[in-house]
Write a protein that binds this ligand. Sequence first.
Ligand SMILES: [Zn+2]
Length: 352
Amino acid sequence: MNRRKNGKFVISLDLELNWGVFDVFTIEQYKENLLGAREAVPQLLKLFRKHNIHATWGIVGFLFFDNKKDLLKEVPDELPNYDDTSLSAYQHIEQIGENEIEDPFHFGTQLINQIKQVPNQEIATHTFSHYYCLAKGQCAKQFEVDLIKAIEVAKKHNISIKTIIFPRNQINPDYLSICKSHGVKLYRGCEKHWLYKVTGKQDSKFKRVIRLMDSYMNLSGHHVYVLDDLVQKDGIIDIPSSQFLRPYVKRMSVMESLKLRRIKAGMEMAAKERKLYHLWWHPHNFGADLKESMNMLGEIITYYQRLNEQYGMESVSMGELANTLLKKSYKVKHDEDSNENRGVSHAINQMA
Ligand SMILES: [Zn+2]
């Protein structure tokens, strides 16, 4: 069986703790989710290990430190110059505690070490400072400084970064070549539909409501992708999202079966048509109703296993997908070259 041709199931998680939400909630308001995220990580890893799920973890660079002193030492000279200064993680740094024991909301080395111990888990970057690539005021140079720091700090943990997950999915097309020049080969794109287009401005309530409805009923399509179409002209690979996995929410519990049905239908389509299905979320989304959300995920993983047995669908991390896709484009290129060579020798033979 040519496994390359089978459908692929990708899971990516954005691990950020409070660095991803400090401008939206106070710690008091979001405490349950943030502490719950720290419980969710080992439970997710246990499930992934048991069912051989290969996942990609996009981690904020600040979480790679276990104390404030070390983090402050690595603050770059050039900081993101957002017009809205409340977005800047550097503004928030002064308020954090001294270390991971004292302040579990802003440090993550214990979690990173847990992830590193489980096979087939890819650690990607979610930028150094949870950087907003479409925010007004910042520029390409500031993004590059941030990216370099993110790659450096991961390297100190013996991690080589080849995937980026952009915070709030703010993808600035001008920054993709910067990523590539620093060895980053892949990013997570958004669903190719107006509902999921990220502009950097707050979405209208209408758009948010329709997007919420889209999680329960198929309004925008299944967002499954032909693998060979993912490599872009400039050589960077967009592994787009199929669906954000909304956590279990008690007040919406009657809708849970609809949500699961929608996800399973997309997965099944990808498995049958040998395409990609990509599910993503944040561990903190699971934080509030962890048990129920883990049960929901368990059902999705069980369904994946059925698709694996029936159609050979494979669980792959984003990084593993790059290996396959880039090898394939190399092969195409290589074949083209040898065809050209054949053409040349044919012409020479003709001349002779
Ligand atoms: Zn984020």
